[in-house]
Ligand binder design. Sequence first.
Ligand code: PA5
Length: 433
Amino acid sequence: MNFNVTFCEKDKPLNNEINLLNEKAVKSLELLKNKNGKGNGFLGWVDLPEEITEKDLQEITSCAEEIRKKCDIFVVAGIGGSYLGARAVIEALKHNFDYALEERKSPLILYAGNTLSEDYTKDLLDVLDKKDYCLCVISKSGTTTETAVTFRILRHHLENKYGHSEAVKRIVAVTDRQKGVLKSIADKEGYKTFVIPDNVGGRYSVLTPVGLIPIAVAGFDISKLVKGACYMRKEILENTDCKTNIALHYAVTRNYLYNIGKEIELLVNYQPNLVYFSEWFKQLYGESEGKENKGLFPASVSNTTDLHSMGQYIQQGKRLMFETVLHVENTDKHAALPVQEIDDDKLNYLKDFSLTQINHKAEEGTKAAHLDGGVSQLQISIDRINEENIGRMIYFFEAACGISGYMLDINPFDQPGVEFYKKNMFALLGKKD
Ligand code: PA5
């Protein structure tokens, strides 16, 4: 995995500007390592990959194996940090059309508890009426309305479908060690339960059971994911050179661009299966940095699809943004363009290119066009999408987010603003306490 930057002409920095930011970034990294910065009660994720034991992985894998034997569908109920990490990894690694495959090796993963839409919920129930399923309910607080409401509906559905004692065996709860109503229900009912560590916040929790249970049920190798994160942890924590430490380099670059007036960071992919990785990134950076009237607005596009919609704005609209491109070098899947003697569709000029090479040329051409249009280009490259590389990217983005947040002098580990809508909603719904 590597990181590089190409500034457009008008964004080019002076050396002393970057030097000052480098110093700030290194200090921010020290705050993370020494755990003496703002929000330091939520720095469990920093050492988490190293602290996951073989025994932890084994317990998760054997629970996942049981579930895999039992059901066609695994419903993951959670929202925000209790959902996006698992989905980002599963969507990145899975077959793009797994729902349409005749034969699947793993249960289909469906997501719930992340919306209050009645349409969505009823449609889900229609499917679950006819399929064998298990349920994982994930909530650190154990009180999040979207997840709690959905869990009540699905718990009843499971009990009606299978009877109480079988329903209990089909539910896994991932929640706080001791507090919250979900923990009380899980204890009372005897659900299999996994703990979200106290010192890991939702959006940094993908490498806890929050992410690892669904990822293992989906059939992916969680030890490789953790291995990738461990590798990146070492690379980042043990190097204070901002040129070679890719998290420092990235944090410095995005903070520099923010300081010169950029307001939006667009995470760009050229692979539809990375769309949910962008959703995870948006939550991670949006909730971590968007406070005290500060922070880049994290957004995303999926190319080349979005070049036919957002591409126009990015090329010629208001100059607000820079792009961070997720570049994937290779794939193990192949879909050849058939050779044709008669060039009726005028595509024979592509005969020497693979689809991946064509996609890469589109990426290269877009990068050059956007640079000409005044959009600086940051790039994170991996050789292919697999568990280990996704693990590396997870730790990279988490660490860079912590560093970036400290560079802004905010607490990157709280989310006080999320409470405002809840307060209004509860008042409107007449909630007592
Ligand atoms: O990152 C966060 O802390 C939030 O996105 C939470 O994960 C989200 O609000 C869900 O909270 P809980 O796990 O308590 O249901």
